[in-house]
Each structure stands twice: as structure tokens, then as C-alpha cells.
Write a protein that binds this ligand. Structure first.
Ligand code: GDP
Ligand code: GDP
Length: 455
């Protein structure tokens, strides 16, 4: 009776939508000013990625969830770093590298009013080598007169150039259809290939927090560098490391080890690497330099990990340098700045002395266990029934919204759909999440709760 008023097919599709697994990743790659951000905005259908005429504007966000023709995917705008810092060739090469490591398909954008440049041709070579499907977007074809410019891009050898005006929307539909056709249903890098293989860990954090020191500590000085795809020319980016009697795959370690420290202003490049590592990982170990105040950048990296839906461990490093006063202030900062993730696993370590290194693996294992927890529907609904009885939603406008039933639609991370008789206030939803965590654990993992209201 509780389900009365719901169309079973709708319920099914709500559950499917809320339970979508990891999404495939489409990277938008190309030289500066060819229109990547404009295209990403067009794909998102809103002005979320910032487009500025000023070249070299640093953009914060990298990855966005998008939907086209009923399919959900992630789109990555690789265009945000300051070209002055890296130089055009280096920055475009970095994008291509990202595409190789983390994307499932690539939209390569060329400014057809300019034509193919040497840089474009160099990128094509890199993309070819990566073996990822590429759709060629001949941008800035604002009208029929410019179609010939698009046709000239057959010379790049990437197949049919799709004439597009990202600015006006012309041709974007056909181009996206082709891109989605090239995009696999599930991301191959992340989950498709590795069932039963070593768990994948992303060690992330802002520069100088001690990532490479930690990696050296856990791996020992002589580590095995593993290149999974024998016969490819790709950089060995992932390393297998023995820890606590198990083998773990630390992803994208090349980015950590590359000791060429980028100059100030290359934050965007670092974000891109972080996003790439997160795409490939199951669990994120976010390293924080505990000797310094928790920074906005630290918080942003944590947010990226949470938004990517990864299991989360926060490692407070450089513990050897902390005096009592600093320890006091650190706890205050954690209370103030990291309130939204009380569930994250925590370890206090020193990459220098090796302090508490043995606690890292249990923390990672706890986080992964939480991330994979599945609550049977019967137990979930018994629990929801208790909540509704003991802590009903406050009455609003003479009505009392009730949770009617719920189901766990997915894991990695856990996703729930609750069906309700009315709008559930944010405070009540937070309460439900808190109680869910108390009841079922979910330590070290974000959880998603979506609410469907009967009209
Ligand atoms: P990005 O650096 O590759 O991300 O390029 P942007 O998206 O920032 O665009 C660079 C410039 O090209 C901006 O001034 C855009 O308005 C312009 N632009 C982008 N797409 C088109 C298009 O389809 N037609 C025309 N005429 N201009 C465009
Ligand atoms: P990354 O940029 O995150 O890879 O950081 P690094 O591993 O290069 O470390 C940055 C600096 O912090 C180096 O000088 C390290 O020696 C130092 N460092 C790293 N871990 C610790 C630690 O646990 N204690 C102390 N005292 N210094 C550390």
C-alpha cells in the first residue's frame, strides 16, 4: 500500500538513475582558444565552465557530469591552465596525456577558421598512440560558408571532421552522437578491467605535502615499476606496491614522481592530474601537511575526491613536526573546515619517520568496505520505518511528508533512493544520512541519497 501512487516503471528508472555506476569519461582536448570551454558549456547546457576572452584564465573545475540523448557521462574540460606558464605545446601535450590516462574517448577540437597547425598535428600523433577513440570537432563553423574549412581537416587523418559551432550550437548534436557512440558504457580504466585485481589507490594532495616522500616510504627505495600494457609506449604511471601483506596499485604515480616542480600558477595542471588519478582509483588517500593550516586547496582536493565518489582516507602528514599547540589548532581547523566529512578515515603519519605507516592499510580497507556496503532492502525499510515512527518529518503547511520506502540502488559509493509523500527538507535528509551511517557504518565513504516525491 505504501507504494500506491508510484508508476512501477518510473520507480525502476529512478533507481537506475540514482544507481548509475561510474560514468565513462569524455575529454575535450585542443589548443587554447579553439573553443573547448564553449563546447563544454554547450554540452552541459549551462554556463558552468567559465569562458573568458582573456587567455590564460585559471579555471577551478575540471570534471562535470553531463547527459546527452539519455546517457550520462563525465566531460572533462582540459583547457583551463595558464598557457604562459607551460607554453602552448607543453599544455596541449599535458591534455593529451590526460586523455591517454583517464579518458574513455576524446573530442579533439580544432579551430577550422585557422586550420590544422603543427601543434594540432603533434597532438594527433599522441592521441593515436593512446589508442582511445577520437572524434574530430571542426569548431567555429558558424555558417554553411565555413563548411569547406571543416572538410580541409580530413588531412589530420582522424576521419570525418564534424562541423560545429560551439558558440551557436550548430552541428553539436551530430558531433555528440558520434562521441557517445565512441564512448563505452562503463569506464574501462576504472572498473571494467580490474575485478579481483589489486585495489587502486590515488595518493593526492597539494604540492609539498609529502606525496612523493610517502610513496618512497611505503614502496621502499627499490620499487618495481609496472607497465601493465606491455608493448605500448605509454609512460609507466601506476605502481604495484606491497603493503600490509597485500598488493596495491598506486595510480598515476608518475605525476607524483615527476620532480620538475611546476611554477606558481600551474594549479590547474595539478587539478587535472588529481582528476585523472581519481578517475582511475577506488580509494583516495588525501595527504595534508599537518604542520600548516588546512588550506582552501586542501579542501578543494577533498571535495574532488568526494564528488568523484571515491572512498576517502585523510592522512595528516609531517606529524613529527607538530608541537602541542599546533596539534590543538589542527583539531580546531578540522572541526571548522572539514565538518562535512566526519566519516572520512583518518591517520596521523610521518613520511619522514615512518610513524603510523602500518595504520594506512587498515584505514584504506575500512574505507573500501564502507564504499562497497550493500544494505538489503528489507533491513533498509525496517530501519526507515523506525525513523519515520520515532522522528517524523516536521509538519509543513499542515502536511507531514513521510518516507514511504527506500532502496539501495548502487554501491561504490552507496546510493539510495527514498520515495516520499512530500518534499523532505535538507535538515531531515541530513538526519536520515546521519542515522543511516550510525546504523550501517559506511565509514570512509560518501553516500548519495536521492528523494523521489509522489506528485
Ligand atoms: P578554449 O580556450 O579552447 O577553452 O576556448 P574558449 O571556449 O574559451 O573560446 C575561445 C574563444 O573562441 C572565445 O572568444 C569564444 O567565444 C570563441 N568561440 C568558441 N566557439 C566558437 C564558435 O563556434 N564560433 C565562433 N565564431 N567563436 C567561437
Ligand atoms: P610532494 O610535493 O607532495 O610530493 O611532497 P614531497 O614528498 O616532495 O615533500 C615536500 C617536503 O616535505 C620535502 O622537503 C620532504 O622532505 C618534506 N616532508 C615530507 N614528509 C615529511 C614528514 O613526514 N615530516 C617532515 N618533517 N617533512 C616531510
Amino acid at each position: 500500500a505504501a507504494q500506491e501512487g508510484f508508476d512501477p516503471e518510473e520507480v525502476e528508472s529512478d533507481i537506475a538513475a540514482a544507481g548509475h555506476g561510474p560514468l565513462p569519461v569524455l575529454a575535450v582536448v585542443g589548443r587554447p582558444n579553439v573553443g573547448k570551454s564553449t563546447l563544454v558549456n554547450r554540452i552541459l547546457g549551462r554556463r558552468e565552465a567559465v569562458v573568458e576572452d582573456r587567455p590564460g584564465v585559471t579555471r577551478d573545475r575540471v570534471t562535470y557530469e553531463a547527459e546527452w540523448a539519455g546517457r550520462r557521462f563525465k566531460v572533462v574540460d582540459t583547457g583551463g591552465w595558464e598557457q604562459d606558464v607551460l607554453g602552448i605545446d607543453a599544455s596541449v601535450a599535458a591534455q593529451a596525456e590526460f586523455a591517454m590516462e583517464a579518458a574513455d574517448a576524446v573530442v579533439f577540437v580544432v579551430d577550422s577558421s585557422v586550420g590544422a597547425t603543427d601543434t594540432d598535428e603533434a597532438v594527433v600523433k599522441l592521441l593515436r598512440r593512446a589508442g582511445k577513440p577520437v572524434v574530430l570537432c571542426a569548431n567555429k563553423v558558424d555558417g554553411p560558408a565555413a563548411e569547406a574549412d571543416a572538410a580541409a581537416l580530413w588531412s589530420l587523418g582522424l576521419g570525418e571532421p564534424y562541423p560545429v559551432s560551439a558558440l551557436h550550437g550548430r552541428g553539436t548534436g551530430d558531433m555528440l552522437d558520434a562521441a557517445l557512440e565512441a564512448l563505452p558504457e562503463a569506464p574501462a580504466q576504472t572498473f571494467g578491467t580490474a575485478i579481483g585485481g589489486p585495489r587502486r589507490v590515488a595518493l593526492i594532495g597539494r604540492p609539498n605535502v609529502g606525496k612523493s616522500s610517502l610513496l618512497n616510504k611505503v614502496a621502499g627505495e627499490e620499487r618495481v615499476v609496472v607497465n601493465e600494457q606491455a608493448g605500448t609506449t605509454r609512460d609507466p604511471v601506476d605502481e604495484l606496491i606491497e603493503l600490509g601483506g597485500k598488493t596495491w596499485k598506486f595510480v598515476d604515480t608518475a605525476g607524483i614522481r615527476r620532480r620538475v616542480h611546476l611554477q606558481e600558477g600551474a594549479d590547474y595542471y595539478a587539478s587535472l592530474r588529481t582528476a585523472a588519478a581519481l578517475e582511475k582509483a577506488e580509494v583516495a588517500v588525501v595527504l595534508i601537511d599537518a604542520s600548516e593550516s588546512i588550506s582552501v586547496q586542501d579542501q578543494r582536493i577533498i571535495t574532488m575526491a568526494v564528488e568523484a565518489g571515491r572512498a576517502l582516507v585523510i592522512a595528516y602528514n609531517k606529524w613529527d613536526t607538530l608541537d602541542e599547540e599546533r596539534r590543538y589548532y589542527l583539531e580546531r581547523e578540522i572541526e571548522r573546515d572539514l565538518v562535512q566529512i566526519p566519516w572520512a578515515q583518518r591517520v596521523n603519519v610521518s613520511a619522514r619517520t615512518g610513524r603510523h605507516m602500518e595504520k594506512l592499510v587498515p584505514a584504506i580497507e575500512t574505507a573500501i568496505a564502507g564504499w562497497e556496503t550493500r544494505v538489503p532492502t528489507g533491513r533498509l525499510n525496517a530501519f526507515l520505518g523506525e525513523i519515520v515512527a520515532s522522528h517524523p518529518h516536521p509538519i509543513r503547511g499542515g502536511k507531514q511528508p513521510r518516507i514511504l520506502f527506500g532502496t539501495q540502488a548502487g554501491i561504490k559509493p552507496p546510493r539510495f533512493v527514498l520515495f516520499a509523500s512530500g518534499f523532505l527538507e535538507a535538515g531531515y535528509r541530513r538526519f536520515v544520512e546521519r542515522r543511516l551511517r550510525e546504523e550501517f557504518g559506511f565509514e570512509g565513504t560518501p553516500i548519495h541519497i536521492s528523494v523521489r516525491v509522489r506528485e
